[in-house]
Design a protein around this ligand. Structure first.
Ligand code: ADP
Length: 481
């Protein structure tokens, strides 16, 4: 249980972020310390070297001006002024025989560096500086070798004890401070990462609740305008869309069930009446005829639904050909003329121009037929329907207008939904699929459909399709009535 929790914790993003944070912190602090430390060591060494060189040069000058005895006195005085534990001097011949030195009881393990001696005697160097590490002390000793006069070598050493102690304590303090800061940095990093990722956790919780079928839950937005807010907003937008789709699917299912129930109930009722009452063969024939009619209606509805689904999935561009929208609209008018006349409706067609478009002929014919059919169907007797084809900018338009009852404002968004039928329209035949099909076809041809309607005054549908610019335009100007 405990190990499982640790394992889970180790695999969290917050833990990994904290590790990264701590690692970067240690690395950058380590590099900064190393640079700082090296700088201090260099400055201290430079200062010590400069002191040793100055004093060695001064003794050389005294030897040259005042002789060996005065030089030795000056060396003794300097050692006493600085401290016998801190500094020493020795004078020896090239053979290695010492003839003068300060109190060397503190400097027993200081040896002569032969390389340095050769450097100042044979290679003509002015002085030679070396660092020695006597085995009995914990600090290094900086030693200068200098030739004095013709035949004497000065060895003067400086114990870097206090400097070494300061640097050691600096190192120790740095490590302690670092350890403390590391704990604080890791804690701060952990809480910062947890806080930053709290938004992600909230999105995850919401997603989990949604998977339990609660599509109404939304991720709370903190309004910090940060990435988490953007994630939450995008997630909520996606949920809105899913909710809309699910509602649409549910509504469509209800509509399908409703539209299927009526004809099936009718067929069942008819069959029941015929079975219980009728002995007559004609009654059975009539029932069979009605059943076939209802079945045809159902089949047509199912076929239209399938066509809409296929069209929405995309139309094969290989079936596209050059079509004159004006001619097509005129053909539709010719086809519906008898129906309009039966209803006492005046059907008028006009076209300013030829309207070349590329498309699937059968599909675009269905668009024109559906719109003209609706206009005649919903316009009362003695009404007027206008059909026209026009070119506007880079589009060809098919316009179908009527002076019928118009479409109520609240229905205008919904008339393109599958199975939607206006309240007033239910007395007319229809399935509520016509405009869905029209919209699917128009979209599949890269066009759009506009609706203008004024209640009691009429309705105007405008289909805009991209013009086929490869074809030349011609004046048409034809009209039928
Ligand atoms: P249907 O005509 O089978 O009912 P449609 O999808 O063709 O289905 O039309 C959906 C609804 O849009 C209709 O029920 C009707 O309420 C409204 N409608 C369509 N065209 C017109 C029109 N020209 N005038 C008034 N209402 C219309």
């Amino acid at each position: 249980m405990f190990f499982a929790r640790i394992n889970k914790l180790v695999h969290t993003l917050a833990f990994r972020l904290t590790l990264w944070y701590a690692a970067v912190f240690i690395l950058s602090s380590g590099v900064a310390f190393a640079l700082f430390y090296l700088l201090i060591v260099r400055i201290v060494d430079q200062r010590i070297d400069a002191d040793l060189i100055t004093h060695a040069n001064r003794l050389d000058q005294i030897y040259a001006l005042q002789g060996g005895v005065m030089m030795q006195r000056a060396a003794f005085l300097h050692v006493q002024a600085v401290g016998e534990k801190k500094i020493f001097f020795r004078l020896f011949y090239p053979s290695g025989v010492f003839f003068s030195s300060s109190n060397m009881s503190y400097w027993k393990n200081i040896f002569i560096d032969q390389k340095a001696v050769v450097g100042v005697l044979s290679e003509g160097r002015t002085y030679q500086l070396v660092t020695q590490h006597p085995p009995d002390v914990s600090y290094p000793v900086r030693v200068i070798y200098k030739r004095i006069g013709r035949n004497t070598v000065l060895q003067m050493g400086y114990a870097k004890e206090s400097e070494s102690n300061v640097l050691q304590s600096f190192k120790r303090n740095f490590l302690f401070t670092m350890a403390g800061l590391l704990v604080i940095a890791a804690t701060v990093g952990w809480f910062t990462a947890r806080r930053a990722l709290a938004g992600v956790a909230s999105v995850t919780r919401t997603a989990r609740r949604i998977s339990e079928d609660d599509l109404d839950t939304r991720v709370p937005i903190k309004h910090h305008h940060d990435e988490i807010d953007q994630l939450a907003m995008t997630f909520n937008q996606m949920l809105d869309r899913i909710r809309q789709l699910v509602t649409g699917i549910r509504q469509m299912n209800d509509n399908i069930a409703h539209d299927l129930r009526s004809p099936i109930t009718r067929m069942r009722g008819l069959a029941e009446i015929t079975l219980t009452g009728g002995e007559d063969l004609d009654e059975f024939r009539q029932m069979a005829a009605s059943t076939i009619e209802e079945c045809d209606r159902l089949l047509q509805m199912i076929n239209t639904m399938l066509t809409i689904a296929h069209t929405e999935a995309g139309v094969d561009a290989n079936t596209f050909e050059s079509i004159d929208l004006a001619t097509m609209a005129q053909d539709a008018c010719t086809l519906f003329q008898p129906l309009a006349e039966d209803k006492g409706i005046r059907l008028q067609f006009s076209a300013d121009d030829t309207c070349p478009v590329r498309g699937n002929t059968a599909m675009l014919q269905r668009v024109a037929a559906n719109l003209v059919d609706n206009a005649i169907k919903y316009t009362p007797a003695a009404g007027h329907v206008w059909v026209s084809a026009q070119q506007r900018d880079r589009h060809c338009c098919l316009i179908v207008a009527d002076n019928g009852p118009g479409i109520p404002v609240e229905d205008r968004q919904r008339i393109f939904q599958r199975f939607f039928r206006g309240d007033q329209s239910r007395i007319q035949g229809g399935s509520g699929l016509g405009l869905s099909l029209v919209q699917a076809i128009v979209k599949a041809h890269g066009g759009r459909i506009q609706l203008d309607s004024t209640p009691e005054k009429g309705t105007c549908f405008t289909v805009l399709l991209p013009a086929d610019e490869t074809l030349p335009h011609q004046q048409a100007g034809q009209a039928i009535h």
